[in-house]
Write a protein that binds this ligand. Structure first.
Ligand code: ZN
Length: 335
């Protein structure tokens, strides 16, 4: 099982590039950019990762990002993640980035997106990792700021596949961003939003995602199982969910293996993802391995979760079939 999971060609749909910033890289960038850190070694940084809820994570997360300043820094951030992805046999990924976390520090939007886009091209050519980028808005900032950033992004539309919504969910409902998301839709961008595990008003937020925003998929979304009518609506729409087991464990002390199995039983297109792997110390293969162990998942269940990711990816049908072909051939060889 372990070797099968490691070697399986995978897709990842919920990973924040800023969440792949490794402690060693924080130190290297701080040195290059002349920034003084309050930690003496990379290990001290890891030791400070004491997350117990979303806000405690976000505080450390945003502080570390300050070392990212130049286009080369963003190139390296993304390329280092793609190297990890290649090692996990990820063949396709739709990574998130948070431009407002950088423009608010005086970094130009162009610096961020050009560095990431250059890494995407290099990764496809040299590592065999294909990707399409999702711009996330920070929901604890204003709708006006999100709109300004959408307008900044539109000249770079060909570098984006969709938009998302992340950061602190408390009292920041999807409806706050209805206009921004409607405008992005007009420009042909796909739509997703975080519905983080066990947040305040989570069920209302999920209904708003479905009925007001008309999202194409939902990030996390585990709480759809709490209410029958919500569960049924997710099933009826064939809505994809990007679930992050190790990330969930920081909030609910479980990898939500029972909930994910229930989703599979109901035919919900649940997928497995790493979220912020440098902080949660687990990339995609680790997430699969830990989940399989906790839930004693069968090979078929593991393959189905991975197949769902290709299935709900924002790819053309031809690309989807081509990449699913890699998975099918792998499964056929292994059985
Ligand atoms: Zn996330």
């Amino acid at each position: 099982m372990k070797a099968f999971i490691e070697g399986m060609p995978k897709a990842e749909l919920h990973v924040h590039l800023e969440g792949t910033l490794e402690p060693e890289h924080i130190f290297a960038l701080a040195q290059r950019n002349g920034i003084e850190l309050s930690y003496k070694t990379p290990q001290e940084v890891v030791d400070a990762y004491d997350f117990h809820d979303l806000p405690s994570f976000l505080t450390i997360y945003y502080a570390a990002m300050d070392v990212l300043r130049t286009e080369q820094d963003f190139y390296e951030l993304a390329y280092h993640y793609f190297e990890k992805a290649a090692a996990d046999n990820i063949v396709y990924v739709e990574p998130f980035f948070d431009p407002q976390a950088h423009t608010s520090r005086g970094v130009e939007f162009a610096t961020v997106i050009n560095g990431i886009a250059r890494a995407q091209e290099a990764a496809a050519a040299t590592l065999g990792v294909e990707s399409q980028l999702i711009l996330c808005f920070l929901r604890d900032m204003s709708a006006q700021s999100a709109m300004e950033h959408l307008e900044m992004a539109l000249p770079y539309k060909d570098k984006l596949i969709g938009i998302g919504l992340d950061s602190d969910e408390k009292d920041n409902p999807p409806s706050k961003f209805a206009q921004v998301f409607a405008k992005a839709r007009e420009h042909g961008l796909k739509l997703t939003m975080h519905c983080d595990v066990n947040q305040k008003d989570i069920h209302e937020h999920m209904w708003e995602c479905l009925n007001e925003i008309n999202v194409d998929r939902i990030d996390h979304g585990v709480n759809c199982l709490d209410q029958d009518d919500l569960t049924q609506e997710i099933v009826r729409r064939g809505m994809g969910l990007t679930v992050c087991p190790v990330s969930n464990r920081f909030v609910v002390q479980s990898l939500t293996s029972k909930e994910i199995r229930r989703m599979l039983e109901l035919g919900i297109k649940a997928t497995i993802n790493s979220d912020d792997p440098a902080y949660f110390r687990a990339y995609l293969t680790d997430n699969f391995l830990e989940l399989q162990r906790e839930g004693d998942y069968t090979l078929e269940e593991v393959v189905q979760l991975n197949r769902n990711a290709f299935d709900i990816a924002w790819l053309t049908d031809a690309d989807k079939q081509r990449l699913l072909g890699k998975l099918d051939r792998y499964v056929a060889r292994a059985s």
